[in-house]
Design a protein around this ligand. Sequence first.
Ligand code: SIN
Length: 480
Amino acid sequence: MDITTLSVFENRCLVNGQWLSADENLQVLNPLDNSVITTVPVLDESIIKQALVDAEIAQKQWKNVAVNERSRLLRNWFDLLMQHQDELATIMTVEQGKPFKEAKGEIAYAASYIEWFSEEAKRGYGDIIPSSASSEILVFKEAVGVCAAITPWNFPAAMITRKVAPALAAGCSILVKPASETPLTALAIAKLAEKAGFPAGIFNVITGSSAKIGKIFTESPIIKKLSFTGSTEIGAKLMAQSAPTVKKMSLELGGNAPVLVFKSADLDQAVQGVMDTKFRNAGQTCVCANRIYVQSEIYEAFVEKLKVKVEQLQMGNGLDASTDIGPLINRKAVLKVEEHIQDALSKGASLVTGKTTQNEDNWCVPTVVKDVTQEMLCAKEETFGPFAPIFKFSSEEQAISMSNDTEFGLASYVFTQDINQFIRVSRGLEYGMVGVNTGLISNAAAPFGGVKSSGIGREGSKYGMDEYLEMKYVCLGNVS
Ligand code: SIN
C-alpha cells in the first residue's frame, strides 16, 4: 500500500504555519517487513528554538481568542478527522502495524478528545470564594502558556489529541514531538488542524532526535508545561531535566496492570474482558493486562476458555480485514516478550498455547502460560506484547496484595458479580484506574492516569483541562 498518495499524507514538519523539510532525515519503517515508507526531517536546533519563540508570540493572541471561536475550530478539526478516518487509519496501520479496524477505532477515539475539549473550552470556570475579611476572593483560570508534548508510537493519534485538544481549548499553544516510529499519523493530523483554521504557531509538529528535542523542550523557560507518555525511565529523566525551569508536568508512564478474576465472576465475561485488555494493539498498551490473577476454584476452567479464544486470533497484515494481531513495532519489542515467556517457563510455568521460541522478525505469536508466580519477570516488568501469564490466588486479600506488589499503578481490572467485593477491591487496589467487569476503560470523558511510578496528572475529562490552566487568585479588597 502506497500511503504517499493519500490526501492527508505529509512528511514535512508543521512549524509556525510553515511546512518544513531538512537536509538530514529519519527513515520511517513499515513494521510488517521493515521496508522504508518515507523519511521525515531532523530539524535543526536553531529552527526548533525559533519555533518556541514563535509559539510564544502566537499564544499571546490565542489566549484572547473568544472561547466560542476556539471551540468552533476544535469542532472543525474533529469533523475533519472523522471525514478522513479511513485515510488516517491506513497511514497508522502502515507505520504502526495495528489492524486497520483498530486503527479506525483509534482515529474515532482520538477525535473524541477533540470533540470533548471543543465543549470544555467553554467551561474554564473560575471561583468566587466567601471570605471572612472585608474582601472578595476571586479565582481566575488562565492558560498555562506554551506547552510541549512528547508522544508514543503505540497510539500515534489519540495520545496527541488528548494533549493538544485541551491545550488549545485552554488557550495554550503546543509543540508536539511524535515518536520517531510513527510521525506520519501526527503529520496527517496536523495537516487537518491547519485545514480546520487554527492560526500559525498554535499547533506545531517537530520531528528529529527524541533526546535532543526533549532536551530543548525541558531546558527552555518558554515551555511552561510538558506532557509525556512513555516509559517511567524517560519520564523521570524529563522531570529531572525540567526541574531548573520549574514546569508543570503530566506524565503517563509504565503500567503493570493486574486482572483479578474472582470465583463469583461471569466466566465468559471475564475471558472476553481479558481478551480485550490483553490483545488490544497486540498487547502494546500501557493499560494492557500484564498479570492475570484467577481464583483457584475457577482456575482451570478459565485457562481452558482463554486458550480457545487466543487460538482463534488471526495474525497478519493489519490491512487485511481478518487480522486481529499485526506485527509488533520492532524486533526489540519481540525479544522482550520472548524474554518474559522464556523466564516464566524456565522458572516452572507451563505453556497453555503459543510459540515459545524464535518468533521471527517483528512477529510474536499470542502466548498463554499458567502457574505463573510473583518471582517471574512478567510479574515485575511491563511485557508490552501478546503474552498472557496466568497466576493463581486463593483469597481476596492475597489477590489485592499480589496486585499491589509493584512500583506501578496505572490500570487494573476486576471481574466479580459480588457488589461488596467490587467496592472493597476497587478501594484496595493502588491504581489510578479500575475496570470492573470490563477490559475497556478508555474514554475521553474519564480521567486517565496513574499513581506511583505510573505518573502524575490526568488526561481526558474535565480534569484534563485543568492540566493546561493556572489558577490566579485575585483579592478584591475593601468590599463594603
Ligand atoms: C496507552 O497505552 O498509553 C493509552 C491507552 C488508552 O488510552 O487506552
